[in-house]
Design a protein around this ligand. Structure first.
Ligand SMILES: NC(=O)c1ccc[n+]([C@@H]2O[C@H](COP(=O)([O-])OP(=O)(O)OC[C@H]3O[C@@H](n4cnc5c(N)ncnc54)[C@H](OP(=O)(O)O)[C@@H]3O)[C@@H](O)[C@H]2O)c1
Length: 401
């Protein structure tokens, strides 16, 4: 990996340099700590690693430019509810099973649980709310808004009107009076960015929202938003929930350098490539009988088949070397990437969850990381191939990208 700041502006870059150096020399914004205890650092498999220092074998990382520590592995509740054909294919976890899954997570030190208002039309939030009843103080809840929640002209987007309604509805469904991390699920280019951020700032000031984050933003969406927050002194996005996996590395071109420069923590969604890096999909084998992909493949990222199989072959090799499973390798690779504050695991059931929780507490070696990097490498789009010719002044956060 290259260890230099990404230069965007002279003043910013000086600040970044400090942040960049911090990243490797101290906890930076990927620290290991819980309740003020710091982990001792030491080599793990030849890499600089972080040893846990408390009763959980979990690493806690700071979420971007905030004081919030999130568990490096977090849990996504997209499988809760099954409220439509699409979500039924994803999962149909009810309140009782959800409670069990959440207890397993809590026992492992997972503290962050992600949902969205649109997941099963609010049912995922409702089930999550029931499942964490009596444990609210131990969990961080992340939810999202902006996507359509009705057919009316104001039932969509990031307007003050819609967001105010969305937040009240989410709080009611989650049976809580605050959301820890409130995401804009997608960018709304129709609503003035000032209106959205002013509204979010009032949520933070009211105590109903603690931190704000965005999801699926382009570089300019995020940079414009951060600039406006700074201009008015409003709450700023501290996290970016992004699609990032061994078969989806687009995040690395623009958004990762931006995240480093501006200290925005990445929360990686669909870390198994929309349910593909599960060990159940292999070259020349029929697709598994039980898989959400039968109904959802067209709605998510669609990697070219040969590329997918080449990456799976490389994961299989590493799996043999390490004795770990395909999902564990894919998740561990992500845990070692710059800017990643949390990897949002998906799991249909207890067995999948327990296996995925085994993705932390160890590290792939530098050689194994390099093998996976090489297999998943894709051609750089413009302007990144051009910038590569001026690499001394445009270093990429990951050397192979
Ligand atoms: N911000 C956004 O726009 C956005 C978008 C999508 C998701 N998310 C968040 O990210 C979370 C995770 O997303 P995701 O579910 O797409 O993640 P993923 O990790 O790409 O896929 C998870 C799926 O893979 C399969 N699986 C997982 N672990 C397995 C194991 N150990 N063995 C075999 N199969 C396994 C299961 O599907 P099968 O059993 O069907 O094979 C499971 O539902 C969501 O719950 C949500 O919170 C956010």
């Amino acid at each position: 990996m290259l260890h230099h700041p990404v230069v965007i502006g002279e003043a910013i870059s000086r600040l970044s340099e400090v942040a960049w150096q911090d990243r490797d020399l101290s906890d930076g914004f990927r620290g290991t700590a819980l309740g003020g205890f710091r982990g001792k650092r030491g080599p793990v498999n030849g890499r600089v690693g972080r040893r846990p220092c408390h009763h959980f074998n979990m690493e806690y990382r700071q979420l971007g430019h905030s004081g919030l520590k999130v568990s490096a592995l977090s849990f996504g509740a997209g499988t809760f509810g099954g409220g439509s054909e699409f979500f039924r294919a994803w999962g149909q976890t009810g309140a009782r099973e959800a409670r069990k899954l959440i207890d397993i997570c809590l026992d492992e030190g997972v503290n962050l649980f992600d949902t969205a208002d649109v997941y099963s039309r609010g049912l995922s939030e409702e089930i999550l709310g029931k499942a964490v009843a009596g444990k609210r103080g131990r969990v961080l809840i992340s939810t999202k808004a902006a996507f359509p929640m009705g057919k009316g002209p104001n039932d969509v987007g990031s307007s003050r009107h819609h967001l105010t309604q969305c937040l009240e509805d989410s709080l009611r469904r989650l049976n809580t009076d605050y959301v820890d991390i409130y995401h804009m699920h997608g960018f709304d280019a129709v609503t003035p960015v000032e209106e959205t951020l002013y509204t979010l700032d009032t949520f933070v000031k009211s105590g109903k929202v603690r931190y704000i984050a965005c999801s699926n933003f382009s570089g300019w969406h995020l940079m414009k938003s951060l600039g406006i927050s700074e201009r008015y002194g409003w709450a700023r996005y501290v996290g970016h929930q992004v699609y990032y996996s061994l078969i989806g590395r687009d995040y690395e071109w623009e958004l990762m350098p931006l995240a480093l420069d501006q200290k925005v923590g990445a929360l990686a969604w669909s870390p198994l490539g929309w349910g593909r890096l599960t060990g159940k999909i292999r070259r020349g084998q029929p697709p598994p009988k039980v898989s959400r992909l039968h109904k959802t493949a067209a709605n998510g990222p669609r990697p070219p088949e040969e590329y997918l199989y080449a990456v799976i072959d490389a994961i299989d090799e590493v799996a043999k070397e390490t004795g770990k499973s395909v999902p564990q390798i894919a998740l561990n690779w992500l845990l070692q990437r710059p800017t990643v504050a949390a990897v949002i695991m998906g799991a249909r059931n207890e067995e999948q969850l327990k296996q995925n929780l085994g993705a932390h507490g160890w590290n792939l070696t530098a050689e194994q990381m390099a093998k996976l990097d090489a297999a998943s490498k894709v051609a750089r789009p413009y302007p990144y191939w051009h910038q590569a010719q001026f690499a001394s002044r445009n270093p990429l956060p990951v050397a192979d990208a």
